[in-house]
Design a protein around this ligand. Structure first.
Ligand code: FAD
Length: 292
């Protein structure tokens, strides 16, 4: 039997990022955001930090703003805030959709975008949709701020490009302009809502309907989101249609290339099949959005 309660720790509640960073430099302190992943790990003693640095009182760290074509979402913005934000809906509707599909109401009201991507669960939704949307992660440490392209951020299951004592402070995304369409779809685990498989797709088309750029990301199959590059290559240069979406989706398995997750929820073979089915639907939905 595990004790079902965490070990001893010191609780800090900083009010600025600088104060949080200084506290995180002290031993094995861990940041706390929504606590929906960290606290269960502490309760079963898979995590036992000596100190918790609660980010919830840092003013402005949950801000969502748009500056020209760049949407910035602060790290402690909850999934509910992202799902209901007019700015997110206008700039990146696929991201608002994805946030609204996370867990249940309680999870969406506590969980944060920064906590989700820092935790890097292979079944989480944000990593996949943010990969499709070509996001940038703003990482802040005592030495200053750096921007990490999303393709470089996820390095393995529960492993990211964050260094010791660093915080995710924001996520930046290019706003979807005219001719750009994106969509995110997932097969939910029936109990938790996590993605057994999730697929994000983005297409940019010119006035004649020819695709000039595409990103297709598959989550839940491997440990990190995988770009379906063969599918992207089929889309670019084509006048895109449902037929193109089908041909592109048929190549998805080529990009997944071994190491697929197999567990009690779904076999590797089933996940690869789902990835192809969802990719076809997500690409088709992205094409439809690009045309409106
Ligand atoms: P926390 O639990 O507070 O932190 C998680 C980890 O990230 C910790 O290691 C912490 O130290 C670190 N951390 C937190 N914030 C930062 C930061 N700014 N910088 C650096 N490190 C940081 N997710 C989905 O995507 N889809 C789902 O369908 C889904 N269903 C869920 C169902 C249940 C029942 C539960 C409990 C969770 C579910 N989640 C799902 C996950 C949830 O939505 C949160 O995204 C996730 O728990 C992490 O976010 P958090 O804010 O709670 O982070």
């Amino acid at each position: 039997m595990y004790p079902a309660r965490p070990g001893e720790f010191t609780y800090h509640r900083p009010t600025t990022v600088a104060e949080a960073l200084s506290l995180l430099g002290d031993g094995d302190a861990r940041p706390l955001a929504g606590g929906h992943s960290l606290l269960p790990l502490m309760k079963i003693r898979l995590a036992g930090p000596s100190a918790i640095v609660d980010l919830g009182r840092i003013e402005g760290l949950d801000a969502i703003s748009r500056d020209g074509d760049v949407l910035t979402i602060g790290a402690t913005a909850t999934h509910a805030a992202v799902a209901s934000s007019d700015a997110v809906r206008a700039a990146c509707p696929a991201l608002a959709d994805a946030a609204g599909l996370i867990g249940d109401r309680q999870v969406r009201n506590r969980g944060t975008i920064g906590g989700s991507i820092s935790h890097a669960d292979p079944g989480a939704d944000y990593p996949t949709v943010l990969t499709a949307l070509d996001a940038t992660v703003v990482v802040t440490g005592t030495g200053g701020e750096r921007e990490v392209p999303i393709d470089d951020f996820f390095q393995g299951i529960f492993t990211t490009a964050l260094g010791p004592g660093e915080l995710v402070t924001a996520v930046r995304l290019p706003a979807c302009g005219s001719g750009t369409g994106a969509a995110y779809l997932k097969k939910k685990h029936p109990a938790s809502g996590y993605a057994v498989v999730g697929v994000g797709a983005l297409v940019i088309v010119d006035g004649g309907g020819t695709c000039t750029s595409a990103r297709v990301a598959i989550g839940g199959v491997n440990g990190v989101p995988v770009r379906a590059t063969a599918a992207e290559q089929i889309l670019v240069g084509e006048v895109v249609s449902l037929d193109t979406a089908t041909r592109a989706a048929d190549t998805v398995a080529q990009s997944l290339g071994g190491g697929e997750i197999a567990d009690t929820y779904a076999s590797a073979e089933y996940r690869v099949h789902l990835a192809s089915v969802l990719a076809k639907r997500a690409i088709a939905a992205a094409i439809e959005r690009a045309a409106t």
